[in-house]
Design a protein around this ligand. Structure first.
Ligand SMILES: Cc1cc2nc3c(=O)[nH]c(=O)nc-3n(C[C@H](O)[C@H](O)[C@H](O)COP(=O)(O)OP(=O)(O)OC[C@H]3O[C@@H](n4cnc5c(N)ncnc54)[C@H](O)[C@@H]3O)c2cc1C
Length: 303
């Protein structure tokens, strides 16, 4: 089986997520070629074929142009699967490529099961397994779902280019609004999940964060419900954090949350369900009612 991996380059830098594509291909047991619209000053550490287009000529993002480049590499490589990271780059380009090739697209893959691809459904509460009937397709993998794998070596570079800008013009990047809290730099984070029950309970979690000298984090439902500002959200659509201590209070451990915090040095989870998935990555799982356990812990810490 062969994959064509589509690397990512932004603002003059090869993105680390490019190496998650190698992690995915390794689990799939597939041979790889890679395409990158980037620069030969920032080549991936990988010893295989690299189709390289110059971003200073082709633009860091130009959907029609980048699609043409990918189609050219597809003609040369004839891959079974073309694989993107499920980023704003990948989720915009992937369907354009799938439509041009008239093959299936499978989006946001989080696992592999018996030759099929696992994707979330029912707001990520469940997973289903799908497989392109033709055995060929365009795939996007969820950021953080696969390990970063640096194959090492220097690529055999084949330079490619394409003409014409297409119907969309890339205008530029816009910096996100300045956040009131930078969880990325916090050494201790105590996060509130839906298990805390209601907005009135947020101060209980905040009190533990303060007692430990840390910051308040949150899972997405807590943010969506308006209990906590989005700047506190941890996960794929929030911040990626790597504190020394992460305390997850009433958080189940959905893959989108784990993607944002699994690199924490030490994880304590407080959950009334002993089988909650967060237990699989937690160093300590406290099976307790969060609203009973957290105030008691805060009192101990404060003493
Ligand atoms: C495209 C997409 C992007 C997403 N991005 C993010 C993201 O960035 N961040 C994120 O967090 N989620 C994200 N999600 C949502 C994610 O899939 C989960 O739905 C979410 O993480 C679940 O949050 P939770 O663990 O707080 O809630 P739940 O999954 O409802 O879990 C609540 C947990 O609390 C426990 N509990 C209940 N009551 C108590 C109690 N009294 N004491 C102790 N434990 C209790 C339960 O056993 C359960 O394990 C995203 C989803 C999608 C589809």
């Amino acid at each position: 089986m062969k994959t064509l991996l589509i690397g990512e380059y932004r603002e003059g830098k090869l993105l680390d997520s490019t190496y998650e594509l190698f992690g995915f291909a390794a689990q799939l047991g597939a041979d790889t070629a890679m395409l990158l619209v980037g620069s030969d000053a920032q080549l991936p550490a990988y010893g295989g074929t690299l189709y390289l287009a110059d971003a200073s000529v082709c633009g860091e993002y130009s959907p029609d142009l980048h699609k043409q480049l990918i189609l050219e590499a597809v003609q040369k490589e004839n891959p079974d699967y073309i694989v993107f990271v499920h980023s704003s780059y990948g989720w915009d380009l992937a369907p354009r490529v799938a439509a041009s090739l008239k093959v299936a697209q499978v989006s946001e893959i989080v696992g592999l099961v018996d030759g099929g691809f696992e994707v979330g459904c029912c707001n990520a509460k469940m997973r289903r397994t799908v497989k392109p009937a033709s055995g060929r397709g365009v795939l996007t993998i969820q950021a953080g779902a696969y390990p970063v794998l640096q194959p090492g070596g220097s690529p055999a570079v084949q330079k490619i280019t394409a003409a014409g800008g297409g119907s969309l013009e890339f205008v530029g990047y816009e910096a996100a609004e300045k956040k009131d809290v930078d969880l990325g730099k916090a050494e201790i984070i105590v996060s509130a999940g839906r298990g805390i029950g209601k907005k009135d309970n947020v101060p209980v979690i905040l009190a533990l964060a303060k007692a430990l000298g840390g910051e308040l984090g949150a899972s997405r439902p807590v943010v969506d419900a308006g209990w906590v500002e989005h700047s506190h959200q941890v996960g794929t659509t929030g911040q990626t954090v790597s504190p020394k201590l992460y305390v997850a209070c009433g958080i189940s451990g959905a893959i989108q949350h784990l993607a944002g915090m699994k690199k924490s040095d030490f994880i304590i989870a407080i959950n009334k369900d002993k089988d909650a998935p967060i237990g699989e990555i937690a160093d300590v799982l406290v099976v307790a009612d969060v609203m009973q356990f957290v105030p008691a812990l805060t009192a101990k810490v404060a003493r």
